[in-house]
Design a protein around this ligand. Structure first.
Ligand SMILES: [Fe+2]
Length: 199
């Protein structure tokens, strides 16, 4: 199997995950205009943790976890944030990529589908962005914070919706967390911004 085949398999697993998750189906339609982008891989050392310590998957998320682990070496991994913003320890245990979207491995302007990983013991500072996003947990667990809402621990198969420009943050403790995130609305290609006065 080559990179394109492995990434297509990961996209298929993400499509099945979306089809089987009512919150995801309600959030957005699966994009029907996906085009292979042939992005070169961009390795990050932190992506090795997706293989070595993904956290426990649930019965329904095992296939997606395995498909995502199979493309760790093929993906254009990103950090977006700087060490000044989030700290070097955070960057050493965090990575994300765009599976599908305006800048993804598969191109579409109708949605954005990203994969995000955070190792144990991290605090993802309060940040915000214009598009709405639906976090879905593939493996591990994390504590989600959002302005105006109670904190909530999420495990595989559970979801969290963040509204447009609603500041939110996330904490991992003993476990890492691997997420598949769906985005909708304007500004899909814009990076998130750390909320001023974040903490
Ligand atoms: Fe976010």
């Amino acid at each position: 199997m080559n990179a394109r085949s492995r990434l297509a398999a990961a996209l298929d697993a993400a499509r099945d995950w979306h089809a089987n998750l009512p919150e995801a189906r309600a959030f957005c339609d699966w994009p029907d205009d996906l085009v292979w982008a042939d992005l070169p891989p961009h390795p990050l050392p932190s992506a090795a943790h997706v293989l070595s310590n993904p956290g426990a998957s649930g019965a329904g998320s095992d296939a997606l976890l395995q498909a995502l682990q199979a493309v760790v070496g093929d993906v254009e991994w990103r950090h977006t944030y700087t060490a000044e913003e989030v700290g070097q320890t955070f960057l050493d245990h965090f990575c994300w990529c765009e599976l599908a979207g305006p800048e993804g491995h598969f191109l579409t302007d109708k949605a954005r589908i990203t994969v995000g990983y955070w190792g144990p013991g991290l605090f993802y500072p309060r940040h915000q962005h214009q598009p709405e996003e639906l976090y879905t947990i593939v493996s591990g667990r994390a504590l989600f914070h959002a302005d105006g809402e109670a904190d909530i621990w999420l495990a595989p198969g559970e979801t969290r919706l963040h509204l447009s420009n609603q500041p939110h943050a996330m904490t991992t403790e003993a476990d890492p967390v691997l997420t598949l995130v769906f985005w909708r609305g304007d500004g899909l290609a814009d990076p998130p911004a750390i909320t001023p006065g974040a903490g």
